[in-house]
Structures are given as C-alpha cells and as structure tokens.
Design a protein around this ligand. Sequence first.
Ligand code: AHR
Length: 516
Amino acid sequence: MLSASLRLDPARVVAPVSRRTFGSFVEHMGRCVYTGIYEPTHPTADADGFRQDVLALTRELGVTVVRYPGGNFVSGYRWEDGIGPVADRPVRRDLAWRSLESNEVGIDEFMRWAGKAGVEVMYALNLGTRGVQEALDVHEYLNQPDRTRLAELRRANGAAEPYGIRMFCLGNEMDGPWQLGHKTAGEYGRLAVETARALRAADPDVELVVCGSSGSSMPTFAAWEAEVLEHAYDEVDAISAHAYYEPVDGDVGSFLASAVDMDHVIDSVIATADSVGARRKSSKRLNISFDEWNVWYLRQFMADRDTGSTEWPFAPRVIEDCYTVTDAVVVGNLLVSLLRHSDRVTAACQAQLVNVIAPIRSEPGGPAWRQTIFHPFAITARLARGTVLRVELEAPAYQTDRYGEVPLLDAVATHDTGSGDVTLFLVNRHQTEAMALSVPLAGFGGGLRVAESWTVADDDPAATNTAEHPDRVVARPAGHAEVTGGVLHATLPALSWTAIRLEGGVARPADPAALA
Ligand code: AHR
C-alpha cells in the first residue's frame, strides 16, 4: 500500500469558499433545454413545462449559479425571439450546432426555471453577430424596473419585478475561429470595453466577465488575454477560462492528472492579468470566471461531426457523453483545483447541466438519473464550507506523458470556523494501489472526529450509470477513516475521489467575510 501525509493549519487560509464555484451551464444546445430542463409533455412536467425530476436533481446537485443561454449558441442568438406569446415566436437556424431553435424557452421561461431551481443566473451576451445596442436592450429587459419600453414589455410578459441579474458574460469564446462573429483580440477588446462602459452607465452594479481564451491549447492563449485586457482591464471584474479534458490514446495516467493542467491554466491567466494590471499601475485585481469546465470526449464529437450531416433537427442528441468512474475522479479533482484557487477563481460553471456533457441525464418521456460525475460535484458543493485552507502534501509521485512527474495524491481542505468542521477532498491517482493517508490535526485544538466520509471508486473504473442501471456507480461511505491520537487515518482506494468531514472542532463566532 502507498502511504502519504498531509499538513493542515487553520491559519493558512486561501480565501472564503465562493458559493459561485458550484455553478453550471444551460445552453440551447442538443437536449439541454428541450427534453432536458423543459418537456411539457413529460409525466413530471409542472404547469410551466419544466421537468420536476430534473429540477429535483439540479437542487440535489447543489448548483448555485447557471450560465445561460450559451456557449457558441449565444453568438447568433436574438434574445427578443424568445419573449412574448409562444405561438408568435420564430423558428430560427442555430448555426453553432446546426439545429433548429423553436424559441419556446426564452428569458422569461428560463428565469422562472432558475427561480424554481434556486439558482442565480449568469447571463451571456451575444457579441458575435451583435453589439453594444443589443446588450443594452437585453439588460433593459432584464433589469430596468419600469417605465421604459423594454421594462414595460417584460412587465406585460408577466414579470412585474426586474430580474436583477448581476453577472454578464461579454460574449463567448470570441478567440475561436468556430465562433459566429469571431474577432481578433484587438477587435474584441474594443467591443468588450465599449459594451462594458455602456452597461455600467446603465447599471453600475453589474459584474462583467470578459472572454479569455477558449482553451490553453489555442495558439493565442495568454497573448489573447493580454491584448484584450489592455483594452478592458479597467471596465471588467473577471476574465473567463474554459477547459475540457479527456483521455487521449488511452493515456489514463495523464488524464488523471488533468487538474495539473487546470492549475496551470488558472496560474497563467492570473499572471497575465496581473502583469497587465502592473503595467497599468492599477491596484485592481481581476478574478477568474472558470465558466466552462468538464470532461468531454471531444475527439469523438469531432469525428461524429465530420460526417457532414445536412439535416436541421430540433433538439438533437449532441455530445451526450456517458461518464465513467475515472471521469468522476477527474471531475472531483478539477473541483479540488478550483477550490484551492478560491482567492482568484470566484465563479465556475461545469458544462453543462443536463444531457450535453452533463452530470444529469434524462430521456424524453422517460427517467432522469445521476451520471457518475454527479456525485463528487454534489458532495463537494454540500461540504465545502467556510474558508479554503492551503495543504502541504507528502506523497509519492508518478510519471505522466503530458505533465511530467505528478503527485499521486491531490487534496484541498475547507474549515468552517462557525461550526468547527474541517472537510478534506482527496484524490488517489494511482490506478491499482490504495493509499494510507495520515493527517495530524493538532492545530485544530483536539476533539475532531469523522462525521461523514464518501468515496467514489469501483473495481471497474469504466463503470457507468445508465437509464437501466442509474445507480450502478454511487458515492459510498469511505471504507476506513478515523481519528486516533489526534491524527486522521484514512485509506484511499486505488483511483478514487474521497471527501471526509470532521466535526467537533472549536467553533468560533461566524466571520461574515468567510461566509460570503
Ligand atoms: O459546452 C459546449 C461548447 O463548448 C460551448 O458551446 C462552447 O462555448 C465551448 O466550445
């Protein structure tokens, strides 16, 4: 058995856990909206046509904020197509995903769904085929209380109160040649800053996210961020990052180290943004909105797409990846990476919520179920409370083809000073060997004991959940986790993700900043 240890100190705080870390993404793509969140003929549909089985799973997942309505879709979207009487709404071509959009679900329907799901909405603006005026128009429809034409239109459409959306994405992946209205960094930087100034003139409280690169493999990664921020630094609050991971050519070792790449992406974007800030002699620091991340079998998608279909379907099955235990371990590890950067990553959205590379799957007229990746997300969203603590690992390493030498253990911890709880999120990247872990807890004043512990692992790392076997893979109570002599001893199975919550620590009066 491998052995490792981990050091924790309640004084070594990274930042408060940002609840927006546990965001998700609903795009008008494939079956995320239609037969995903919305299916009026489904047996569980409510009066608004929303599937209550999917709503219940969304709440259980612990999602806090949802990015909407895209994604690549947004760069050709006319938001006004989706308001007013449904019978009058036009059917349009969606060029991003080569399908038809009925516009049956638009802003008002989605805001109703978000209210039922209990989530904040992060609204993405079309800066592909549109610009400043349309951004102002949709903002007016969403947030202007009354008396203007678009505020009164919203009220006539049934929403008397403004929606009060705070976060706006200034377009989507504008560096990507696949994006409708793709721009150079200079062109986009100008448009982003003009749009930002106009929105702030309308509403000083908006939080604006400018587009970073669509991925770290883009040839312009970092150079794009630097040039865009030379224009937009003073006007925006955050810059976006996107990353998708998959095993390439069966290289599971590198895939299991995907969080190493996510750490690198975050550190690179922070370094680039800070260097722009330094050149501008600005005391302001930008945050990262990591508003698309997940495991995505992208090569398979590209191969399927290149078959060159000439159809224009409604809500086709697109990238309905079926996730394995290994994928769930990687997703749990990506959450570890996001959490340990909580000082700068203040929002993140797993892409997407239902059916499209998603933790929730649903069948038209049929069941909805939890994919393997649902479990680490739901448990992390529930247990990561208070502040994030820095951890120091002593663990064996392994060699990966993509990232060189990588520790076999990855971990992060949170400390809820209000309750005294300490929670550890742990990944054993070894594919065949379990790991004995010890964590001295002296710094927490004694008294900590294991309250709950959950592991995702399986004898078959390729196991998946399906409509027929929806609970083939679940999170199970960890086999061995106990505190003896002030030290936590736990066994982490091979290729596993584990969360251990310790209770009985010294509780201090709640620190309002830490609870933010
Ligand atoms: O999430 C799927 C797609 O991935 C999004 O539409 C796009 O922004 C990204 O490339």
